[in-house]
Design a protein around this ligand. Structure first.
Ligand code: ARG
Length: 577
């Protein structure tokens, strides 16, 4: 394992800052430079020090340059502007650090991380709104695992509460003699839910039975529980089909739904009441916060038990934190949930902190994401205003991909076309989402996500195909070239090499901010820089064997980094397109 470039540079400058007695005055403040004419990196920390010491910042910067031991890494250090230090890495150093080790990246402090994601309500079928949590969460799972953390996936499915009383009551009412009848009845969950809801709204007698079922369910009535279990199993099977099709890591073991915490709820509420963290308010139990505590504008109580004694979404989430910390020993809790639930998560985090359920060192993060919009810039809906089933959305992406693949490869047999279209359609949907800053809303657009140019899945997959075909055509193996000596002479070689060298820094940043789009932006730039290099620098017709091997090494590393990055995004590469 080698340290990342930014850590190495930071460290070298920190030594000098320490030695000159600046360390307490300012951090090194190292940044990647965004203008190549200013070098590759920049140190901005000297200016703050100069201000504190009331000395000339440019002179101070020159002093730092004179004192630093860094010749093995850089070819040029320069004072610039009001006192920046511009850093240019040496080509020798870049060439040396680009080996297979580039791919081994590890976080400094390894943690046990619980990632709560996907988490649909099982009463209905998964819809378009569940796409973002599912794929952003899965990308984070892969990224954290890659960096060496222990990751526990939690699919906090909604499988409990009043809706399930209604569904079970409807199951009771419909005549079913065999398992097959049940399967048939539940083959369209959406339809089943609708019919149950109509009965519930129309017939007071049915509504009474439904409410009765909720009570029986919560008190552990075996017959009712059994029906509920059957319903949940069918619904989870449907989810699993989506998870598999989306090429996610979620399995049935990860589905630990709201019902799993049922036994903890009364204890949790009693504990919070005893500690006077929850108080009685009109018969309900609430946790009150001042707006400052939550950094919000109005007071918003967190209700954990209703007047009638029922527990809520909030109570279950408190219990889940308890379980994740006390039983799973997590250091870090991540919730990949729609931004519209921000208040709920603020209240949750503040409550468990107050109650000592989380530890002072526990990291809790709401990885919030924006809304998926239709072409009309309004939340994504069907024409009649209904929700769009996620399975139908995937089908459509794959169908459109099929048309494209067939057009490009008319001679291919159907099964080959279909196989590639499945990968391409799913990749396009995932990449379109992951490549955007998750915090913003975005317009879901099939044409854009399936385009072969721009920062899209087809472009990235095609870039990979092109690079690996360089090796195939010449009967060479990518793996044989990963550690060949790299000698940088051309600008296009250097630009590509510098970008490759930033791989580990970029992955760590993506994890730090829980931003998968950093990875997408990185590989898009990588592919563009590779194409420029490929046009400017002949590989197979290189002048010398050293040049030939060096250029193939750059190509091999690019292919590896590309494949690894796509894998971290949960996207399969293909060998032909
Ligand atoms: N089932 C919830 C919903 O559909 C999302 C649950 C998210 N996870 C959590 N621990 N609250 O809105």
């Amino acid at each position: 394992m080698q340290t990342t470039i930014s850590k190495l540079l930071e460290q070298r400058f920190r030594v000098v800052f320490d030695r000159l007695g600046f360390a307490a005055l300012s951090p090194v403040a190292l940044k990647e430079s965004n203008r190549p004419e200013f070098g590759d990196y920049q140190v901005n920390g000297v200016m703050g020090v100069a201000k504190d010491l009331q000395v000339n910042p440019r002179e101070l910067a020159a002093k730092v340059i004179a004192a630093i031991d860094i010749k093995d890494v850089v070819s040029k250090l320069e004072v610039a502007g009001p006192g920046f230090i511009n850093i240019t890495l040496s080509n020798e150093y870049l060439g040396q650090m680009l080996t297979e080790k580039l791919l081994q990246v590890a976080a400094e402090k390894l943690q046990k991380v619980v990632i709560d994601y996907s988490s649909p309500n099982l009463a209905k079928e998964m819809h378009a709104g569940h796409l973002r949590s599912t794929i952003i969460g899965d990308a984070l799972v892969r990224l954290y695992e890659y960096l060496g953390h222990t990751v526990i996936r939690r699919n906090h499915v909604g499988d409990w509460g009043t809706q399930f009383g209604m569904l079970v009551a409807y199951l009771l009412e419909t005549k079913r003699d065999t398992e097959n009848d049940l399967a048939l009845e539940l083959s369209d969950l959406e339809d089943f839910y609708r019919k149950a809801k109509v009965r519930f709204d129309e017939d007071e007698q049915f509504a009474k039975v439904a409410r009765d079922c909720v009570v029986k369910l919560q008190s552990g009535d075996e017959k009712i529980l059994n029906l509920w279990r059957q319903f949940v199993t069918v619904s989870l099977t449907h989810c699993q089909k989506i998870y598999d099709r989306l090429h996610t890591k979620l399995t049935s073991e990860d589905a630990v739904g709201e019902s799993a915490y049922n036994g903890l709820l009364s204890e949790i509420v009693n504990d919070l009441v005893t500690k006077k963290i929850a108080v009685d308010s009109d018969g309900a139990k609430c946790v009150f916060f001042t707006p400052e505590e939550l950094k919000i504008s109005e007071e918003a109580p967190f209700i954990i038990q209703k007047q009638d004694g029922a527990y809520l979404y909030s109570t279950t989430d408190i219990a889940a934190v308890y379980d994740r910390i006390k039983n799973l020993h997590a250091d870090h809790l991540i919730y990949v949930i729609d931004a519209r639930q921000a208040l709920h998560l603020k209240q949750l985090f503040a409550t468990v902190k107050k109650a000592g359920i989380s530890l002072p060192e526990t990291i809790m993060e709401h990885v919030a994401f924006g809304t998926m919009l239709g072409e009309d810039n309004k939340p994504f809906k069907t024409r009649s205003g209904g929700t769009i089933k996620l399975m139908a959305l995937i089908d459509e992406a794959v169908l459109r991909a099929t048309v494209i693949v067939r057009e490009r490869n008319p001679a291919w047999p159907a099964d080959k076309i279909n196989k590639l279209a499945e990968i391409l359609g799913v990749a396009a949907m995932k990449y379109a989402d992951l490549s955007k800053n998750r915090a913003s809303d975005y317009v879901f657009n099939f044409d854009q996500m399936l385009a072969f140019d721009g920062n899209t899945a087809p472009y990235m997959l095609y870039a990979y195909v092109r690079i690996s075909s360089i090796f195939k055509k010449t009967n060479l193996a990518i793996n044989d070239y990963l550690n060949k000596k790299i000698v940088i002479t051309e600008v296009a070689e250097r630009n590509l090499a510098l970008h490759l060298a930033k791989f580990s820094d970029r992955l760590l940043q993506a994890a730090e901010e829980n931003y998968p789009h950093y990875i997408c932006a990185y590989i898009y730039d990588l592919a563009v820089l590779f194409m420029r290099f490929y046009e400017a620098c002949p590989i197979i017709k290189s002048a010398t064997q050293v040049e030939h091997d060096s250029r193939l090494a750059l190509a091999a590393l690019t292919a590896k980094v590309l494949k690894m990055s796509l894998d971290l995004l949960g996207i399969e590469v293909v060998e032909q397109m």
